[in-house]
Design a protein around this ligand. Structure first.
Ligand SMILES: [Zn+2]
Length: 399
């Protein structure tokens, strides 16, 4: 199932797509504004009653009763039991900023709601925020469960919103039906690939979200180009001056002036899979999500690890390679993530595997720390880029 570009989400089906926007970041809690105390509710049972009354409720303290639950209890709650809404959170301010940017260009504003992930459906000019962004307790849980928080900082949130706004504009104004759009970006009807092989050096595509995402599909190429174009002070004319991608940006610039103040063809504001109607528990949700991030590491690691580390009996005295990888894990992860945009969870899975293999092969870290670290970083970077299209990877991209 593809989201954001290919139709509304089927209901009642197991989700197979993961939404992979933005970069992990340290969440800026300063961005969170406390909700208005709309009702005095105490205890979870009473909050549920408040939900059925149809309004988002919080205790006078401004707290939800589930905030203090331990993770295992929180994971048992259903999405719809959380009583979440965009109103009164920092997300409402991000949406306002996005809409200011759109309106200043004469484009229609987008509406937004909370669901389980980032997406923009094709049947309504709106954007779904992932539920966890609506509350610091849920951000904490997200970080614990999948280690990255997509859109967790003000800046990253805006980056993703501008990308999603590209999908909104495409569908609201039916842009993909134009011949010129098709010439510039390709056919929107093209199926999304299960895996794609990006060329990190390509200058035919802008770079906005991680993983050279513009290269995955014509709709994503457009959304990414639109996002760069929309970003205030992005200096795209200068930054992309000698890139073939500049033509795409110039086309978006012309196209947006053309449609500015035009009436969109899609105006019905619907909320697709709103969080208040999702029966799934958080535990089930994370189980699915973690499965999708998982990688089946190929056994070919052994050969490469043997090249970096030593199994020569003469190096018996050198420190164990498994310990070396463990010790250098934060540094390596940081570099690889910087270069590839790979998810921490995926990198951790691969590193766990490497550590196991180093131990099984009884490898030793002989040689300079710096050189070993470098070689490991290169190996992991190569693996991460490859995993974007490797058939062993179960993750599907759909943003
Ligand atoms: Zn997208």
């Amino acid at each position: 199932m593809r989201l954001g570009a290919l139709g509304a989400r089927p209901r009642g089906h197991a989700r197979t797509a993961r939404l992979t926007h933005g970069r992990p970041g340290i969440f800026g809690f300063s961005g969170i504004e406390s909700c208005n105390a709309m009702a005095v509710v105490e205890g979870f049972r009473m909050q549920k009653t408040a939900v059925s009354a149809g309004a988002p409720r919080r205790a006078r303290s401004g707290r939800f009763s589930w905030e203090t639950l331990p993770d295992e209890d929180l994971l048992e709650l259903r999405f719809k039991d959380l009583n979440l809404s965009v109103e009164g959170t920092w997300l409402a301010h991000r949406l306002r900023s996005l809409n200011d940017e759109l309106e200043s260009r004469g484009l229609m504003p987008a509406h937004a709601w909370l669901s389980d992930e980032w997406f923009s459906p094709s049947n309504t000019p709106g954007i779904s925020f992932p539920f966890y962004l609506a509350h610091p307790r849920l951000i904490k849980l997200e970080r614990k469960m999948v280690r990255d928080v997509e859109g967790g900082t003000q800046r990253d949130c805006m980056r993703i919103l501008r990308h999603e706004a590209g999908h909104v504009m495409q569908h609201a104004y039916g842009l993909h039906r134009r011949r010129r759009w098709q010439t510039v970006f390709g056919q929107s009807s093209k199926p999304y690939p299960d895996y794609y092989r990006p060329n990190p050096t390509s200058k035919k595509y802008v770079q906005h979200l991680r993983r050279w995402y513009a290269q995955s599909h014509p709709d994503e190429d457009f959304a990414e180009t639109f996002a760069v174009w929309l970003t205030p002070r992005s200096s795209w004319k200068k930054k992309y001056a000698d890139w073939p991608a500049l033509k795409k940006l110039q086309y978006v610039d012309d196209l947006m002036s053309e449609i500015a103040d035009e009436r969109p063809i899609l105006t019905r504001r619907e909320e697709v899979d709103p969080v208040g109607k999702l029966n799934m528990t958080l535990g089930e949700h994370y189980q699915n999500k973690i499965e999708h991030y998982a990688v089946d590491t190929p056994a070919s690691f052994d050969r490469e690890l043997r090249r970096i580390f030593s199994d020569d009996p003469a190096d018996r005295g050198a420190p164990s390679a498994a310990e070396f990888v463990k010790r250098n894990r934060p540094d390596i992860k940081k570099s690889v993530s910087k270069w590839t945009g790979e998810y921490a969870l995926t990198l951790d899975a691969v590193l766990d595997d490497m550590i196991d293999r180093c131990r099984a092969l009884k490898l030793r870290a002989a040689g300079s720390d710096r050189s070993l670290r470098q070689q490991l970083t290169v190996l992991l970077t190569r693996k991460a880029v490859r995993s974007l299209y490797d058939s062993s990877r179960r993750q599907v991209f759909a943003v």
